[in-house]
Design a protein around this ligand. Structure first.
Ligand SMILES: [Fe+2]
Length: 329
């Protein structure tokens, strides 16, 4: 009887040993599989990055050499799709990348044929917002920059919508805290782009905060170490609506080394709101044009005309560009 119990205990012990051994083997197998899975994942991710770099390099190689940013430019709009590109007397163009990322880009390559640059000026980066910086979008922008051979991408110092893209520009409160927060977002965007970007001073119709706009912009530029797209029409509109610095006085606070180029446009007075609205639907006002010419002369800045609404025909735009480029007002 006692011997039977001993044999039974030994059998149970041996079974237990077998189970423990099996359990150990199973754990090791699972660990090995997990490890192999992680290695495989890292290898695939590495292959993905390598492929992305290879594609980017291919685009860089395929693109013509980067065109030099110079002279007088024009914001290219869909109303110009049928125009003879060679008849447009502009030295460079600007397009919104949002309109071209998932579209046939033959027209863009037509624009840049002949050595004219095509720069990217976006409207949806939402630098003033709180949603995460859109990494995938910026990667696509980086690829498009490489494809077009342009070193220039800009967006506005404004918010454009967090949960939903509103395709409009809302002011950022002029405070030190907001300036630093936005500058950090610009730095994050530049990390993805792999180069500096430019930010444009925007029009605003109401705002809060104790800083002046010039001080706010200077703080953002310094902290982000980015470029500025200086819109002198926006300065004129803000001065008409809110007083404060005139466009010339504001320009005097700007470090010319930060400015990549200058925007000019026209605006309108809206009696309903009692405000001057930045409509980009009118000829440029003579004082704005003269300020742009001065920056062109003294700083060597290229200047670009934005005409987005009620876009006139080609002869009218030609006359406007020729008048801007003339030395007289
Ligand atoms: Fe502008």
């Amino acid at each position: 009887m006692r011997q039977e119990r001993r044999q039974e205990r030994r059998r149970l012990w041996q079974e237990g040993c077998g189970l423990r051994q099996k359990g150990g083997q199973e754990r090791r197998r699972v660990q090995q599989e997990r490890c192999q899975g992680r290695q495989q994942g890292r290898r695939e991710k590495g292959r993905g990055l390598q492929q992305e770099r290879r594609l980017l390099q291919q685009k860089v190689n395929q693109a013509a050499p980067a065109a030099v940013l110079r002279g007088w430019g024009l914001g290219y709009r869909r109303e110009m799709a049928d125009w003879d590109v060679s008849a447009i007397p502009a030295d460079f163009f600007e397009v919104a990348p949002e309109n071209w990322l998932r579209r046939d880009r033959e027209r863009l390559h037509e624009l840049r044929a002949g050595g004219r640059a095509v720069h990217l000026h976006g409207v949806s980066l939402n630098l003033g917002g709180t949603s995460p910086v859109p990494v995938d979008f910026l990667r696509q922008v980086r690829h498009l920059m490489a494809e077009l051979g342009t070193p220039h991408y800009s967006d506005h110092l404004a918010a454009s919508g967090d949960a939903h893209q509103l395709y409009d520009l809302f002011p950022i409160p002029f405070t030190e805290t907001e300036a630093d927060r936005v500058a950090d977002r610009i730095r994050a965007a530049q990390d993805v782009l792999g180069c500096r970007m430019a930010v444009e001073n925007a029009t605003w119709y109401t705002n809060v905060g104790g800083m002046g706009e010039a001080e706010f912009v200077a703080r953002v530029l310094d902290r982000a170490d980015c470029q500025m797209l200086l819109d002198v029409n926006n300065l004129a509109v803000n001065h008409k609506n809110h007083g404060g610095l005139t466009a010339s006085e504001f320009v005097a606070t700007v470090d010319p080394r930060r400015v990549s180029y200058v925007h000019v446009a026209g605006h309108e007075f809206d009696e309903r709101f009692g405000l001057h609205i930045d409509t980009h639907s009118q000829p440029v006002e003579p004082p704005t044009a003269e300020l742009a010419r001065r920056l062109r002369r003294e700083w060597g800045c290229p200047v670009l005309l934005e005409w987005d609404n009620d876009v006139p025909d080609l002869p009218t735009l030609k006359r406007e560009l020729q008048w801007l480029a003339s030395t007289t007002t």
